[in-house]
Design a protein around this ligand. Structure first.
Ligand SMILES: Nc1ncnc2c1ncn2[C@@H]1O[C@H](COP(=O)(O)OP(=O)(O)OP(=O)(O)O)[C@@H](O)[C@H]1O
Ligand SMILES: [Mg+2]
Length: 279
């Protein structure tokens, strides 16, 4: 379980630029949860994930990852990375290796795995994100935007962390690129892994998450189920977000079919209507 206890993060505390990026944040995230973190630009989403992953220390409060209290005890970075790893926004900007293999192998190698295990992890991670082994010898710099993003995700997946965090994993990708990343997150990550992702796209929230944490000015404004989140139109407006079309449409259809479920895709709605027609 990941736990934040009364966490505050203040940037540049003793200057005119002082910024309270997180204010009294308390949360617990269990194994297997799929959590979307949403909120306006500058609301503290990236700061929250950096604190969760032990990349920045809170100004006050505690961060606990399973049995490790990473704020109180001195814990090796390697021990944290094994449990929790982050795919940053635009991760491909941080590529450094000459080949895709070397890029993905960096993480598992740093964990001290043998050469044969490193190779196994790299090949599996690449396949998981939907690319075949013909990519292994290519330069990561010469790939398309979508392929680069997949390599960046594979390089974190290869570490096989229990908690996988993704900061806007589909930003700046075209439709096909987005769909294949979403397919990976939805279908390929085993259900016992925890996935925490930041997004501005409400269709992604509906399609992937079972829990939403909404931030406003560094505070948690909402923490609950996806359905409860989208039911609260006032809250959604307050945060400056949109209700997904499929959610609004499913709601409208309940005036004809009171038990019509919330569907996350148009295909889902069509399937449900077909069942109603045949049933
Ligand atoms: N390293 C830093 N130094 C100073 N201020 C920072 C730093 N990082 C973030 N901030 C400030 O803290 C606040 C929260 O930033 P954060 O990056 O967590 O927001 P965000 O919700 O991820 O925004 P976005 O949607 O734009 O990615 C912002 O006001 C930002 O300007
Ligand atoms: Mg951010």
């Amino acid at each position: 379980m990941l736990q934040l206890k009364s966490v505050f993060v203040t940037y540049d505390p003793h200057t005119h630029f002082k910024k309270e990026a997180l204010v009294d944040v308390n949360l617990k995230i269990d194994l297997g949860e799929k959590v979307a973190i949403v909120g306006r630009i500058g609301s503290g989403k990236s700061t929250l994930i950096e604190v969760l992953a032990g990349l920045i220390k809170p100004s006050k409060g505690e961060v606990i990852i399973d049995s490790l209290n990473i704020t109180a005890d001195k814990i090796l970075r390697r021990e944290i990375v094994k449990k929790i790893s982050v795919v940053f926004q635009y991760p491909e900007e941080q590529f450094f290796a000459e080949t895709v293999f070397e890029e993905i192998a960096f993480g598992p190698r740093n964990l001290g795995l043998s050469d044969s295990l490193v190779k196994e992890h790299v090949e599996k991670a690449l396949l998981d994100v939907g690319l075949d082994s013909s990519y292994l010898d290519k330069s990561p710099f010469g790939l398309s935007g979508g392929e680069k993003r997949k390599i960046a995700i594979a390089s974190i997946v290869a570490i096989n962390p229990t908690y996988l965090i993704l900061d806007e994993p589909t930003s700046n990708l075209d439709y096909a690129g987005k769909q294949s990343i979403l397919y990976y997150i939805k279908e390929k990550i085993s259900i016992d892994k925890t996935v925490i992702f930041v997004t501005h796209d409400m269709d992604e929230v509906l399609g992937i998450a079972d829990r939403v944490i909404a931030l406003r000015e560094g505070r948690i404004l909402f923490d609950g189920s996806v359905n409860a989140f989208f039911e609260d139109a006032q809250l959604i407006q307050e945060i400056g977000l949109d209700t997904p079309f499929t959610f609004s449409f499913s709601k409208r259809l309940r005036s004809c079919f009171p038990d019509f479920p919330n569907c996350s895709t148009i295909d889902g709605i069509v399937d449900q209507l077909r069942q109603k027609k045949n049933g």
